[in-house]
Design a protein around this ligand. Structure first.
Ligand code: PLP
Length: 375
């Protein structure tokens, strides 16, 4: 059976052009970028090229980019790097990824006070509540740009302006936004921003933290003086070059891809809305183009996930990290959904290789499975 992969927010397949570049690089450029001989110099050259390409795509200076082992490490570095040794107050939201929520939890054990801003029934943040949350000791705000479960886009520019007005640093989890909407860091009032390779058709095990010039971080990984002395360890050159290539490919086709995915996602949404007692979650408009989160009343997500998997369709129940658990999504609970409805929520996330034909088949099979499970 032809499998239909609709879980691109959990991870993306690697683009063949990225794989080709990485394979060649690992064969030809094995040197350590810190070595002084020709092998090292070649690796160092490729590292600089990748960093510069990434900086061009993001609209920042190459020296503002710190490569990490993934989005999770970038987020840990941002939050702990600011607050670990000088505790204060952190403002974040109730709908963040676990990488943010768990870093905040760890910081709480180190004396950091944390405020989690709530959201509306559509998952919106209340900027008035953000203003109210400031304390004299507030040092950092952390808000995601695009939500991984419901796709909502948060008003990063407006939040950044508020942060600046209060003289507070601002970190953005940009993992789900990268490659899906344009991001120009020099125009954004953002101090720190986290990204990941494997959500943009690049390899797993590579991520990136943007650190605005002048922002001081305590480093988490001690070692050599790599990455502007912000993260020790020999650089993952193939991963870095692969992520840079992956981002170039995303940016090269961004407007067409947004239009294509919006159309496919809307077709899927219309098709699924025809099933009785189906509810779509999140903002209809300010939402990334590829994401659709739906509950089918009376059915739990585990049941439908497994039934769809047998039908050849890979979807998820919100975040991949929590999908093994029987708990409803913390995002949907924060939106005030009744537990029963939150328990039945399924996330469809589309991507580069999703076709109109696949969406048609997906609508048929989901309709069939929901009807069977409700009998
Ligand atoms: C996937 C994801 C992360 C974690 O990135 P990894 O590279 O998998 O560690 C963080 N935040 C969001 C919003 C994500 O979707």
């Amino acid at each position: 059976m032809h499998r239909i992969y609709l879980d691109y927010n959990a991870t993306t397949p690697i683009d063949p052009l990225v794989l080709e570049l990485m394979t060649k690089l690992m064969q030809d450029t094995f040197g350590n970028p810190s070595s002084l001989h020709r092998e090292g110099a070649q690796a160092s050259l490729r590292l600089n090229e990748a960093r510069e390409s990434m900086a061009r795509c993001l609209g920042c200076d190459p020296r503002e980019l710190v490569f990490t082992s993934g989005g999770t490490e970038a987020i840990n570095l941002a939050l702990k790097g600011v607050l670990k040794t000088t505790p204060g107050h952190l403002i974040t939201t109730a709908v963040e990824h676990q990488a943010v929520l768990q870093s905040a939890k760890w910081l709480e054990t180190r004396g950091v006070a944390v405020t989690h801003l709530g959201v509306s029934a559509l998952g919106e943040l209340d900027l008035g509540a953000l203003e109210q949350a400031f304390r004299p000791e507030t040092r950092l705000i952390s808000v995601m740009m695009a939500n991984n479960e419901i796709g909502n886009l948060y008003p990063i520019e407006a939040i950044g302006k508020i942060a600046r007005a209060h003289g507070v640093l601002f970190h953005v989890d940009g993992v789900q936004a990268l490659g899906k909407i344009p991001i120009c860091l020099k125009d954004l009032p953002v101090d720190l921003m986290s990204f990941s390779g494997h959500k943009i058709y690049g390899p797993k095990g590579i991520g990136l933290l943007y650190v605005r010039r002048g922002v001081k971080l305590e480093r988490l990984v001690d070692g050599g003086s790599q990455e502007m002395e912000q993260r020790g360890g020999t650089e993952n050159l193939a991963g870095i070059a692969g992520m840079a290539k992956a981002l170039e490919l995303c940016m090269a086709h961004l407007p067409e891809e947004i239009a294509r995915l919006t159309q496919l996602r809307d077709t899927l949404e219309q098709g699924l809305r025809a099933i009785p007692e189906t509810y779509v979650h999140g903002l209809p408009q300010q939402r990334i183009a590829n994401t659709l989160n739906v509950s089918f009343t009376g059915i739990t997500k585990e049941t439908i996930l497994l039934a769809l998997d047998r039908e050849g369709i890979a979807v998820s129940s919100g975040s991949a990290c929590a999908s093994g658990a029987i708990e409803p999504s913390h995002v949907l609970l924060a939106m005030g959904l009744p537990r029963g409805e939150a328990m039945g929520a399924v996330r469809f996330s589309l991507g580069r290789w999703t076709t109109g034909e696949e969406i048609g088949v997906a609508i048929e099979r989901v309709t069939k499975v929901v009807n069977q499970l409700r009998m």
